[in-house]
Design a protein around this ligand. Structure first.
Ligand code: ADP
Ligand code: MG
Length: 238
């Protein structure tokens, strides 16, 4: 309606896709355990950012999403809050189970940043276990964290492939896949690794991709990994 249209233009949001659910303008619109709402209060957040308002209802409807938004848009909570709700809806982790959610990021620094941001909300959800995998450090402590059982893996593509090859983990249970900073991952030459990883993940997964830009290479990546996705641009004219 008109109010939504005004909000979209005020926030420079463009949405492309079919059957797009209504945005969640307030945290109270999000159906989630109290612990999640308390996390937002702890953090002093007043309301969802634009990518969260648009993304949450799409993701909670189990749809695929492409988010094109610049740094600082609150993309981590946009994908991690629905990831946490997705995980809470699954049976408890048993010994030997692989992770349910996988977030791929281009660099160690970005992977660590995502993990820190994720912990801000997961501090209130201590039964959800997360680990971060990146190169440049020994593999054994990352491997033992994986073997202890985690719900969420945040990883750079190269180190994840190393871990898969050494059978420290598997992707059999992944149903929520996030490609964060996809344009940077392609710039860094990770396309072959990303394709290799995605080919090992069940095709009925939910797939999310975030990028600061929307060039042809990213369109091709989205076309090959995503189904019936909604694309949201925040803060760009495109
Ligand atoms: P991006 O991945 O889009 O660059 P981040 O997810 O790293 O952005 O978030 C940027 C900052 O915004 C972080 O400090 C984060 O805690 C904060 N943030 C996220 N969501 C909200 C919100 N709804 N209200 C206020 N701050 C938020
Ligand atoms: Mg980010």
């Amino acid at each position: 309606d008109a109010e939504v249209g005004q909000w979209l233009s005020d926030n420079k949001v463009s949405i492309y896709g079919d059957r797009v659910p209504q945005p969640m303008f307030e945290f109270s619109d999000l159906v989630a355990p109290d612990s999640v709402h308390h996390a937002f209060i702890d953090l002093g957040y007043k309301s969802p950012t634009a990518i969260q308002s648009i993304g949450w209802p799409i993701l909670l409807n189990s749809r695929d999403l492409v988010g094109v938004a610049k740094t600082g848009s609150g993309k981590t909570m946009a994908f991690m809050v629905p990831a946490a709700l997705h995980i809470m809806a699954q049976p408890a982790l048993r010994p030997g189970d692989g992770p349910i959610a996988l977030v791929l990021a281009p660099t160690r620094e970005l992977a660590v940043q995502i993990e820190e941001e994720t912990r801000k909300v997961l501090r209130r959800l201590p039964h959800i276990h997360t680990t971060c995998l990146y190169g440049g450090v020994p593999k054994y402590s990352q491997a033992s964290a994986l073997r202890a059982g985690v719900h969420v893996v945040i990883a750079t593509p190269g180190r994840l492939i190393d871990m898969l090859e050494s059978r420290a983990t598997n992707l059999l249970r992944i149903t929520y896949l996030v490609l964060d900073e996809a344009d940077r991952m392609l710039d860094m030459g990770f396309e072959i690794q990303i394709r290799k990883i995605c080919s090992q993940i069940r095709s009925d997964r939910q797939t999310l991709m975030f990028s600061a830009t929307w060039p042809m290479e990213i369109r091709n990546l989205a076309a090959s990994f995503q189904r019936d996705f909604v694309r949201v641009h925040v803060g760009s004219e495109e």
